[in-house]
Design a protein. Structure first.
Length: 367
């Protein structure tokens, strides 16, 4: 074997070892849900299998003159399974449109079927004298690959909305990195860069969503106190926007009467409604036990009042629902607008809190 081939095999084995470590890390990740752990581990295991198959393909070439079966077998594995890696990874979130996913998986399944039949048809690839050659329908494999990564991109962007991540430059650079590495091997098949780039891409993708997961409040799925404090520190003196504060009324009594499990359910439902009503106009935080906050770039009070009206309507709907077995607390809210030197964020926050407690006390007085 040439020195170049030996180097590629060594790099492949390093990729396998790195992905094995990634499987171990994903399974032990305390921030990931069970689904996320399973899908990351599954995607990494599929990549390990395909890299080993590709290494096997290189080792088998020119080694078994009397039979092409081993070379066919490892190429079938690589061509049929590799587009599924991005689809498996996308299911870690599954936040996108199911119709889009279904339509884009059609070329992936066709590619898998034709790849399996290629030892007889030679449509995706063929083997001649122990050497791999591209078939006339190799472009179907490229189409399947692009469709699967489109699914991953759509699902990832939808997941970023849930994580309230508005800065997507890191993810875009990651996509460009993986796509470039794959494109190089498509154009120059003798230069094996795709699986090295995919391995690094999986590791970076895992790290990226680890970072996003650490910004979340584990109970409600809103942004946590640490991110909130970073946000308000980043506001300059000329920043303008609005702040809304929320607090569950008599929450201690709810915990005492119905237990902390129901109390947690109340916090989760409140967090979900806040996100449903305000995610399009601001960033939603849980900043304390039963305290929530939304910071918006808008200073349009009509827009804020409309969102607050929708919020209270949904809370009232839960309180009146027959499906809610225990008492659901009222939620008091207040808001204020800040506009640079005229009124800073701290002043606006105090005004929002004062308004919130005014409504809370008024409700107590009215019984």
């Amino acid at each position: 074997m040439s020195e170049l081939t030996n180097n590629y095999i060594a790099i492949g084995m390093i990729c396998v070892l790195s992905l094995t470590i990634l499987v171990h890390m994903s399974c032990r990740n305390v921030f990931y849900t069970h689904t996320m752990k399973k899908q990351f581990a599954f995607a990494a295991c599929m990549t390990i299998m395909i890299i080993i198959a590709e290494i096997g393909s290189i080792l088998f070439e020119n080694r078994i003159a009397e039979s092409n079966v081993p070379v066919f077998a490892v190429n079938v594995i690589g061509f049929s399974f590799s587009p599924f890696i991005a689809i498996v990874l996308s299911k870690a979130f599954s936040a996108g449109k199911r119709r889009i996913r279904t339509a884009l998986t059609i070329p992936v399944w066709f590619n898998a079927a034709f790849a399996v039949s290629s030892p007889w048809t030679g449509l995706i690839f063929t083997i001649s004298n122990g050497h791999y050659l591209r078939g006339p329908w190799f472009s179907l494999y490229i189409a399947a690959y692009l469709c699967s990564y489109t699914i991953l991109i759509v699902e990832s962007f939808e997941a970023m909305k849930i994580y309230q991540c508005h800065i997507k430059s890191t993810f875009i650079m990651l996509l460009v990195f993986v796509f470039t590495g794959t494109l190089v091997q498509v154009i120059l098949p003798d230069i094996h860069t795709s699986w090295l780039c995919i391995t690094l891409g999986l590791i970076l993708y895992y790290a990226y969503f680890c970072e996003l997961s650490e910004t979340q409040d584990t109970l409600t799925g809103l942004l946590n106190r640490s991110v909130y404090e970073q946000h308000i520190k980043s506001l300059n003196q000329n920043a303008s926007g609005s702040v809304l504060t929320f607090d569950l009324d008599n929450f201690k009594r709810i915990n005492d009467l119905y237990g902390h499990q129901w109390g947690d359910s109340c916090l989760q439902l409140t967090g979900k409604i806040i996100k449903d009503c305000f995610l399009q106009i601001g960033l939603c935080y849980r900043i304390g036990g039963d305290e929530f906050c939304v910071i918006c770039p808008t200073t349009n009070e009509r827009q804020l009042k409309d969102a607050l009206g929708l919020f209270h309507t949904k809370i009232d709907g839960i309180r009146k629902s027959r499906n809610v077995q225990n008492e659901f607390p009222m939620v008091s809210a207040g808001y204020s607008v800040f506009s640079g030197s005229e009124k800073g964020y701290d002043v606006a926050l105090k005004e929002a809190d004062d308004q919130m407690y005014h409504f809370k006390n008024k409700r107590k007085q009215n019984g």
